[in-house]
Design a protein around this ligand. Structure first.
Ligand SMILES: *[C@@H]1O[C@H](CO)[C@@H](O)[C@H](O)[C@H]1NC(C)=O
Ligand SMILES: *[C@@H]1O[C@H](CO)[C@@H](O)[C@H](O)[C@H]1NC(C)=O
Ligand SMILES: [Zn+2]
Length: 989
């Protein structure tokens, strides 16, 4: 970063930019660069300060693929070429030192950066160090906030901010979130920003009724109290007034046709008129905001491809507005500089406690379809995260360090960042783009799997093991066992902190097997038939029609050995004849009971439906149904109902498999809907594995409904990005009344990324899921989840094509799981849900090898043991950070009601990771925690104003220690829901 003036001059001569200012700047400017808040433009007292914010919103895939957007081909689909945006913006910034630009999506910036020459990199470095090119948001992508899991959001901020830190240092660190295009906003996202030390965030979408009310009440900017469990999780949050676009008439981009500023002696001189129009706009804008500062975004989707055009006209706009009137002081600025101005005004701000979901941009248009759109891609993204967490931990344990290994891990990290983008995990992209995401993620997973294999060869006694992953286990398909599972070793990796016991299923032929653990002990197992609708799937290889099921117990890594044995008696599936309504039967015949020692399920023999569940000492009549919304105007984003849901009422055929370890009820609900209800011995939840598709015809959204008698009184709870729960009340919002007359269901759907629940004093019913979905409670006692959707409506905006996913020439078939827990209403009973949620999100990853050429006497490397951590502590992240550093994140996953403060010592973990020093960082890992200083804003109605601007610092003393320190220096305390992030420097080897 620090280059001598001579060197700079030399570089400047070598790469002649032809700009005098630039040369002068290089030759004479030897002062220390100031960046961040110190570099903010001066504002004027007694004037309205207008912060113009040049920006470009660059989707990391949407109508075009990531690369098509970057390079600029396929311009017939959408005119967008990100590489030239960066090229021309840099040029334009050099022409005038007052110009500024905010760069948001690090995925694109990183791609551009690697193409630049050393001297160009220096030029950009200067712009960053002088606060002229200002990274804002700064994550790999601008992530969605409804369908994402917090773990993946934290990861993608870590990746983006780390790139910026390594390229530029502290001057590149973003100070505010810039979530302008996300389709609604989650509370957890705000909490994560606060935990990263961000000062605030800005966005541009909220329910239209909420927005107009806030616009009238000076409520567009607020203090969001982003956590019910964590203290001081306040985040300043600002809503832009005119979307994120330039004021109408003032788009100077080549994608717009607004008039330029015509000045000089031209007969067409329009300076006076344009200045008037602009100040008129400002007058209007000003009335909606509290302070004497207003922010005006100057940009839009893929703008600034020819930045000169934009800046030339903005320069003139600024010049003439400032010279022709005295009320407004207009200048180039950034969102963080605007925020700093607000902070300094000592204004007070209204409170916000819930979230901004669901989003609705106009009457009868709730963006609740995307919570479920592209269900298989939403699941694939979870597989990606599962592999990413697995391979991160394995890389640390095995010390993987080759260039290829680092490249593969980075690639998977980055692709997972791409998948969080608000047109990726949301399913709102075009089909071609969706296919490209699948391709990228598949490549990422394959690279990750190759690293995992390298690691496992070192970490187990199978130095030549294949350690293959099977990505189609959900349909009982695995190339590795398709011919025979004889002499197959299943190596299980447990990403969780604590030893876990889980059932493992391996696709096999109908043969008998014996499973043994590493000590040669026989483990109980059984061979279970695969449900008929899965076998009937076309294009599925049909050789494994059974699954071998056994229960495994794994600390971090454990191998189980499968051997074929002489045929033994195996249990068969029993078909149940459905009873006709007119047949009078005794009670015994009218129902089928399926039970384990914990759970009893009763199926109604007349309807074939689930009727009663008994578990945790609670009995409840729970009827499950499937329903269909027939919709003609739904799209990728919007679930738009035309008529009430049609509940499928035909009686259901079913068959029961009654094994020792697992009991299954196989139901054929409709031609295209089937399900396996499953309970395992020793597992306290009911699994519903659904299979839906091809959805016949178009314009159908498939829902599953669980009706109970629980008096929930309109109240239900959904998770926020997999962490804290948010209380929902049917037909209500926190701050306004939504327009639900025509869209009663759609407007009551909320994102369910991990859990939806309801309860009364006696009972609590919960569903956990395996991917993001939309869910609601449209009647008291009812939980419902949208599982799959297909539409034929293309509204010309949005993705401009119908959401009509096909595979193998027919509508897409999707499969997935819901998990049900019924419990007594007691508060602490939600702890089991938290544990289940972690196990569902990060189960064992299964690796397959052949045992014959593999097993050796090699002594596996001793792994760090995390079992001493309190039960409520989650190993959120363990990954290589730099070449000699490891990042460790620990989370207390119980909230304030469920859990308590836990304290423990991490000295032994530190030692077993080979640590020499440890320091604590903000949530993203890139800023030392002791340097965190966040702006604190003053609440409206909360007593006298402070005399000067206030800040939040870390509430606890950041951990900082090295090897020579006493063990007591390594003690860690976690409040409920608290996450702490540590960087461990390794002992040099
Ligand atoms: C696979 O085999 C099973 C049993 O033999 C049969 O019922 C099923 O239809 C087969 N699937 C396909 C796609 O042929
Ligand atoms: C907003 O929240 C703060 C802090 O929790 C509280 O002191 C204040 O009274 C609240 N203001 C209003 C108007 O509810
Ligand atoms: Zn976007």
């Amino acid at each position: 970063m620090d280059s001598t003036p001579t060197h700079r001059k030399h570089t400047a001569m070598k790469y002649f930019y032809g700009i005098i200012i630039f040369l002068v700047w290089l030759a004479f400017d030897t002062t220390e660069a100031v960046c961040g808040y110190e570099s903010c433009p001066e504002t004027k007292p007694f004037m309205v300060n207008v912060h113009l914010v040049p920006h470009s919103h660059d989707d990391v895939g949407w109508l075009k693929t990531v690369d098509q957007y970057y390079y600029g081909h396929k311009n017939n689909i959408q005119h967008a070429r990100v590489q030239y945006i960066l090229d021309t913006v840099i040029d334009a910034l050099l022409e005038n030192p007052t110009r500024r630009f905010i760069q948001v999506e690090t995925a694109f910036f990183a791609k551009w950066w690697q193409e630049q020459t050393e001297s160009m990199k220096q030029v950009v470095n200067r712009l960053v160090n002088e606060g002229r090119l200002v990274f804002t948001g700064g994550a790999w992508t601008m992530n969605d906030e409804a369908a994402v899991n917090y773990q993946s959001v934290i990861d993608q901020f870590t990746v983006g901010l780390k790139f910026l830190d390594e390229a530029f240092g502290i001057c590149a660190r973003p100070h505010v979130g810039w979530q302008i295009d996300a389709f609604g906003h989650s509370r957890e996202q705000a909490s994560m920003f606060a935990q990263m030390g961000f000062d605030g965030q800005f966005f541009a979408r909220m329910d239209h009724r909420d927005k107009s009310k806030r616009a009238d009440n000076l409520g567009l900017e607020m203090i969001w109290n982003a956590s019910e469990s964590l203290d001081e999780m306040e985040l300043f949050t600002g809503m832009l007034y005119n979307h994120y676009s330039a004021p109408p008439g003032f788009c100077f981009d080549l994608l717009c046709n607004d008039d330029p500023i015509v000045d000089g002696t031209s007969y067409d001189n329009n300076v006076g008129d344009r200045v008037n129009e602009f100040t008129k706009y400002l007058e209007g804008l000003e009335t909606h905001y509290r302070s004497y500062h207003i922010m005006v975004p100057m940009g839009d989707d893929f703008h600034y491809e020819n930045a000169h055009k934009n800046y030339k006209n903005m320069d003139k706009l600024i010049k003439y507005v400032n010279s022709l009137q005295f009320r407004y002081n207009v200048f180039y600025s950034t969102p963080s500089c605007y925020l700093q101005s607000l902070h300094q005004t000592l204004e007070t701000w209204p409170n916000k406690t819930q979230d901004f979901l669901p989003h609705s941009h106009e009457a009868d248009s709730f963006w609740t379809g995307y919570y479920t759109s592209r269900p298989t891609q939403k699941r694939f993204e979870r597989d990606g995260n599962h592999m990413l967490q697995t391979v991160k931990q394995l890389s640390v344990f095995a010390g993987l360090s080759s260039d290829q290994q680092k490249k593969d891990l980075d690639y998977l990290r980055q692709i997972m960042g791409v998948m969080q983008h608000h047109d990726a995990i949301t399913g709102t992209e075009k089909q071609e783009v969706s296919n490209d995401y699948d391709r990228l993620l598949y490549d990422g997973i394959i690279g990750g799997a190759s690293n995992a294999r390298d690691a496992l060869r070192v970490l187990t006694n199978l130095p030549e093991g294949e350690f293959e992953s099977c990505l189609q286990l959900n349909i009982s398909e695995c190339a590795f066992t398709k011919d025979s599972a004889d002499n197959v070793v299943v190596t299980l990796f447990n990403p969780l902190a604590h030893t876990s016991s889980q059932y493992v299923r391996v696709p096999v032929r109908e043969e008998s097997y014996q499973v043994t653990d590493e000590k040669g002990r026989v483990v109980a197992s059984e061979v279970v038939p695969v449900a008929q609708p899965v076998l009937a799937l076309k294009y599925r290889e049909n050789n494994t029609q059974h699954e071998l099921v056994f229960k495994a117990s794994v600390n971090k890594i454990a191998s189980y050995f499968i051997k074929k044995i002489e045929k033994t008696e195996s249990k068969k599936i029993v078909l149940h004849n459905r009873l006709r309504k007119d047949e009078t039967q005794s009670d015994v015949d009218s129902e089928t009971v399926v039970q384990t020692s914990q759970i009893k399920l009763v199926i109604d023999n007349y309807t074939g439906r689930l009727k009663t569940i008994q578990m945790n000492g609670v009995v409840e009549e729970i009827e499950q149904n499937f329903g269909v919304f027939k919709t003609t105007r739904s799209c990728h984003y919007i679930f738009r109902e035309d008529e009430p849901m049609d509940v499928l009422s035909d009686d259901i055929e079913f068959a029961v498999y009654d094994g020792d370890l697992v009991k299954e009820i196989h139901q054929q609900v409709d031609d295209y809907i089937s399900q396996v209800i499953r309970i395992y011995e020793g597992v306290n939840r009911v699994e519903f594995e659904w299979l839906i598709g091809p959805i016949p015809g178009f314009g159908r959204e498939i829902i599953t409904i669980f009706d109970s008698g629980i008096s929930s009184d309109g109240v239900f709870y959904t998770d926020s990005n997999g962490r804290e729960m948010i209380r929902r009340e049917r037909d209500k919002r926190e701050d306004f009344s939504p327009d639900l007359e025509k869209q009663p269901a759609s407007g009551n759907y909320y994102p369910v990324t991990s859990r939806i629940a309801l309860q009364d004093n006696a009972k609590r019913l919960v569903l956990l899921n395996d991917r993001s979905q939309g869910g609601s409670s449209m009647n008291d006692g009812r939980l419902e989840i949208m599982l799959h959707r297909r539409s034929y409506f293309s509204d010309g905006s949005g993705a401009a094509e119908a959401l009509n996913e096909e595979q193998f020439g027919d509508g897409l078939i999707a499969r997935g799981k819901l998990f049900l827990i019924l419990n007594a209403g007691a508060k602490e009973n939600t702890i089991a849900e938290r544990q289940a949620e972690k196990e569902i999100h990060l189960p064992f990853w299964k690796f397959f090898s052949k045992s014959k050429n593999a097993i050796s006497n090699a002594v596996p490397k001793l792994l760090p043991d995390f079992n001493d951590l309190p039960q409520s502590v989650h190993l959120l992240t363990l990954e290589p950070f730099t070449d000699d550093e490891i990042l460790l994140r620990l989370e207390n996953f119980l909230d304030r009601i469920e859990g308590k403060v836990v304290s423990f010592n991490i000295r032994s973990i530190f030692d077993s990771l080979g640590g020499s020093e440890i320091r604590e960082a903000t949530l993203d890992g890139n800023l030392p925690l002791e340097e965190m200083k966040r702006m604190k804003f003053h609440h409206y109605g909360a007593g006298p104003m402070p005399r000067k601007a206030e800040f939040f610092m870390s509430q606890h003393k950041p951990l900082s220690a090295n090897k020579s320190h006493e063990a007591s220096e390594f003690s860690v305390t976690l409040n409920p829901m608290q996450i702490r992030t540590f960087i461990i420097r390794k002992e040099p080897v």
